[in-house]
Design a protein around this ligand. Sequence first.
Ligand code: ATP
Ligand code: MG
Length: 663
Amino acid sequence: MLSHLNPPQREAAKYLDGPCLVLAGAGSGKTRVITHKIAYMVKECGMEARNIAAITFTNKAAREMEERVGKLLEGGAAKGLTVCTFHALGVKIVRQEARLAGLKPQFSILDSSDVMQIVSDVMGSNDKSLTKSVQWTISGWKNALITPDEAVKLVKDEASELAAKLYPAYEKTLRAYQAVDFDDLIALPVRLFDEHPEALERWQNRLRYLLIDEYQDTNGAQYKLLRQISGVRGAFTAVGDDDQAIYAWRGADVKNLYALQTDYPKLKLIKLEQNYRSSNRILNAANTLIANNEKLFEKKLWSEHGLGDAISIVAAHTPEQEAELVAMKISTHRFEHRTHFSDYAILYRGNHQARLFEQQLRNHKIPYVMSGGQSFFERAEIKDITCYLRLLLNGDDDLAFIRAITTPRRGIGAGTLEALGNYAGARQISLFAAAFEEGATEHVAARQLEGVREFGNFINNLEYRAQREPAGRVLEDLLRAIGYEAHLFEHCEQREAESKWSNVRDFVEWLSKKGEEDSKNLLELAQTVALISMLDKGDEERDAVQLATLHASKGLEFPHVFLVGVEEGMLPHQSSIEGDAIEEERRLMYVGVTRAQRTLTISHCERRKSGKEVRTVEPSRFIAELGDGLKHSGGKKAEPVSQEDALAKLAKLQAMFAPKTGS
Ligand code: ATP
Ligand code: MG
């Protein structure tokens, strides 16, 4: 079982006497330790898979891990194993312990746009940046397990004063809607376990061993949850790399990595030093780069892979040209080396950089998948549908109620909803419940109320069916009944409507398939939809180039990586330069560099538009920090020639290969 591990990896896999931390650089097989350790515990130590939980950073990583463990443990021995993100674990806990948390089991999970809506409602203002700042601050408090009462004492400026003032109302609204935000998915279980030791004991008995990947990016609340469940025994293995901590902006705190040593004096610390992913050129560049950060843990990495190709640094005139160069390079390289599209990844700092690359990949007929972009589920058309699902699940979800009853329009106007809202508010019940109360007739016009009740009955009927019939069928009927396709074509331009409708079709098919695979009904599926991001949606196993933000690329590896837009102001990001947060940006660069197995191409532009003006930009300081072993190309003089060359070469290669690959 453990013969495919090196000695320190094996030591980590076998160590079960207490808490264990594997601290090692990128590509050293930390994630591999987790999968093998699970297999070892089940196969060699007679533990039951259902008593083990592995926590990953993304849903995609969870699926990959589940698959790997499934392969190591044939014969269904992996059945019952929990592999999920901290948030998904939180959902399981809150759902099972809903009563103790003061929620019904069908609570709604709100995404960031709903949360913004609520903040803006309680604030009574539409100011976007103010809403965002309040939401950020509240979220930060929740991640640090700070209650509204405690927050008041932490006020340090006007912005935090406003946030502290709105925090209680925000929480009250969430509970009134029987809804939770993402931060609650961790904070609620933690509080619940604090207040109800018997519930904690239930979960400790159920999850006897925890394994946590990407530990450096856990936040305070997640760390507390880990401590609670793993109990006094400290029954866990955490693996991480402080050089890859890149989520401080979202409340993650690498201090949790150091805290393990003080909180668990018996902590077994294991370091891995052999890298199995990258060529030595790439590894050396990564090591040289990260040596510029201050360090608490010394790490060395070496690789048995040869020296490998020089890292290629490409200077492009403009972002458009950069995107075209990358697309062409992928085309030619693929022809020359007979690789797959999926061997390539294009990684960038911010989502907005993706668009030009998408265009150029399309121009070159290169298939691609994108992750870490705007969440598929936050698109308007998908949210229209998910609001119906949320309402099926939880009639108290007023946000979903309002969106569903008005999309498509069914003659129920703002006036009616306001009257109903006032009545519901006075009675402290949801809009849905209010509509069916006798007293509502005194506040809402009869004909209008009839319309609302008709809608309510429609939802009730769907809910009844959702519990009994396949998810796909109920969804299809729902779409038909509300005339959603016609609604799209009525309100959008032809092309836009087509694209939106195709997204909805995608969504329906995906949910139907998921319903069949996991044998879940529509209500069960509905609750987890909010947890899933585009990162997971783009998971079709197509042969396609991967487009991803650096943040979303964590833990992944690709034979050929293009790191694009590596300029001062982009990476490091302008705000980090100003905010003196260069070290986190350097770690981001380190994550990018260490995704590459065989070749790494780093590109930057000489000019870039910022607002209305076009500015000259400098290559990122991080390029100079990669040491030697770089090969520069492009730039002002060399560029036109190399572009023509590349085109000519591509044409020649395409001609050569066309007859053979055309079949
Ligand atoms: P990251 O920090 O980027 O998450 P990691 O430390 O989790 O990296 P893995 O993804 O587990 O590293 O491993 C990197 C690659 O090396 C994988 O392809 C893995 O299969 C391979 N690998 C790890 N350990 C071994 C080993 N002992 N023998 C052969 N291959 C290995
Ligand atoms: Mg990993």
